[in-house]
Design a protein around this ligand. Structure first.
Ligand code: G
Ligand code: G
Ligand code: MN
Length: 443
């Protein structure tokens, strides 16, 4: 490779720009489009002199730069091509719109300053993440697309979003992005009830995806994917914002309730999380004491020192933490004393077996005693029967959560639940499958 070549330098710069565009799109809900433009009888063929070729291209480049956003890129590439990067694409139809605009810009006569007739442009398109997720993949796709357009009589191939058919991983990514933008995600809430006075102390927020074709998709199916792609970050911020708005609404109705939001390891490893939470609290006007964040033991273990610093900053805002799924992770009791947590949630696998299995009930009792000795509140998850709840009360567990009390339900249903709560915990007025539509049925 001729590294000294000017045009290769431009190609490398273009690839770097594309790399950066991909990286920022990874952590947002937007797409990136790459467009390669080539001219009928390339400019290189028109003149073998690169200077002349550049001179031909420059009025086109100027025009193109004028018709895209400031943040987009229009570069002269070698082989007589022009490369365009469109950032922050929010909807697939934007892509075709911009591409059509660029094409019509290029076919306009160049005017007096450029008397030579404008060669006919051809384009090749690739969209992140639909077609590929890497620079090489996208450029390859765009080049193939260019070859196809050259071979066909059409001036170019239209971009069609790949929303039909089988869900491939790339499609999932694109669809999940769209889900966030198009409000397809919604929140459900499951109450936590005091085992002393039957009062509802708070609700856990559990996200759901209302897919236009596939119906309700549960978080177990899309959270791991969101974590792999980095989409978990914007998704969690959305969940946090919506939860805080809902919390404020309830508090304004004098429903003294707190909301518990699940955080993933990726959220905890983001340096800017404390600031973002502070901003969300300020913007939504929700009280920090009303927010609880659920974290798992596993999500801390990767880089405990750093995560503890992040947690402390958030704790200083007045926000509380609970350890979720306790007993399934590393269960490093040593860390418990170092973490700014105020609550332990015993994993449902122990609670579900508490009546039948002696080992489970021993584990549950030990966690309750240990937690209490550390001054922590204990919540039992997955309480499915009256017997389990009675046993937990005898073991001095503080709160219970589970299908026996109430399934995860929508905000409106939860408002009714909170306005008319069960008189006693054993009085199961809000549990029934008949009364509340079940929002957590698998597909
Ligand atoms: O609601 P169940 O509802 O199916 O949730 C399954 C799993 O998904 C649980 O482990 C829960 O912690 C996780 N989960 C639910 N909602 C969220 C969310 O908003 N963010 C994260 N990170 N995890 C969630
Ligand atoms: O965040 P966490 O992993 O704790 O999420 C709780 C999960 O447990 C959610 O998927 C929620 O829908 C589910 N869940 C809540 N109550 C019960 C219950 O009583 N039994 C079972 N099997 N699952 C429950
Ligand atoms: Mn949880």
């Amino acid at each position: 490779m001729n590294v000294a070549s000017n045009s290769l330098g431009t190609n490398a710069e273009f690839e770097l720009q594309l790399q950066q565009a991909i990286q920022s799109a990874m952590y947002s809900t937007s797409q990136v489009a790459v467009l390669l433009v080539e001219f009928d009888g390339t400019i290189d063929q028109i003149s073998p002199d690169p200077k002349v070729a550049e001179a031909h291209k420059s009025p086109v480049l100027l025009r193109l730069r004028g018709s895209v956003r400031e943040s987009d890129t229009v570069s002269s590439l070698d082989g007589g091509r022009i490369g365009v990067i469109l950032r922050s694409i929010q909807s697939p139809k934007d892509i075709n719109q911009v591409v059509n605009r660029l094409l019509s810009q290029m076919s306009e006569p160049m005017g007096d300053e450029n008397p030579t007739p404008t060669p006919k442009p051809r384009t090749g398109l690739a969209v992140f993440p639909d077609h590929a997720e890497t620079v090489t993949g996208l450029l390859e796709h765009a080049r193939n697309d260019l070859a196809l357009t050259a071979a066909s009589t059409k001036s170019r191939n239209l971009y069609t979003p790949q929303s039909k058919g089988r869900i491939t991983s790339r499609l999932w990514m694109s669809e999940l992005r769209q889900a966030i933008v198009k409000d397809q995600l919604f929140l459900t809430f499951q109450p936590k009830v005091s085992l002393r006075d039957a009062g509802v102390t708070g609700v856990e927020v559990l996200v759901r995806w209302q897919h236009p074709e596939h119906g309700i998709i549960l978080p177990d199916q899309f959270i791991p994917f969101a974590e792999r792609t980095g989409l978990i970050i914007p998704m969690t911020l959305w969940v946090l914002q919506q939860s805080l708005l809902q919390c404020r609404t309830w508090n304004e109705m004098n429903l003294e309730i707190s909301v518990a939001v699940n955080l993933s390891m990726w959220n905890l490893e983001a340096q800017e999380l404390p600031e973002q939470i502070e901003g969300l609290l300020r913007d939504t006007g929700a009280a920090p004491e009303r927010l609880e964040l659920e974290i798992t033991e596993t999500s801390i273990m990767n880089d405990p020192q750093r995560v503890i610093r992040t947690l402390n900053k958030i704790r200083d805002l007045g926000v509380r933490f609970a350890i979720d799924d306790f007993g399934t992770g590393y269960s490093s009791f040593a860390y418990l004393t170092k973490l700014p947590v105020s609550c332990i949630k015993i994993d449902k696998t122990f609670v579900q077996n508490i009546e039948a299995d002696r080992d489970s009930s021993v584990v549950v009792k030990s966690i309750i005693d240990l937690g209490h000795n550390l001054g922590l509140k204990i919540v039992a998850e997955g309480v499915e029967t009256a017997q389990a709840m009675e046993l937990l009360r005898k073991l001095h567990c503080d709160e219970a959560q589970g299908y026996h009390l109430c399934r995860p339900i929508t905000a409106d249903m939860m408002t009714k639940f909170l306005l008319d709560p069960p008189a006693t915990v054993t009085e199961r007025r809000f549990t029934t499958k008949e009364k509340w539509p079940i929002l957590d049925q698998p597909l």
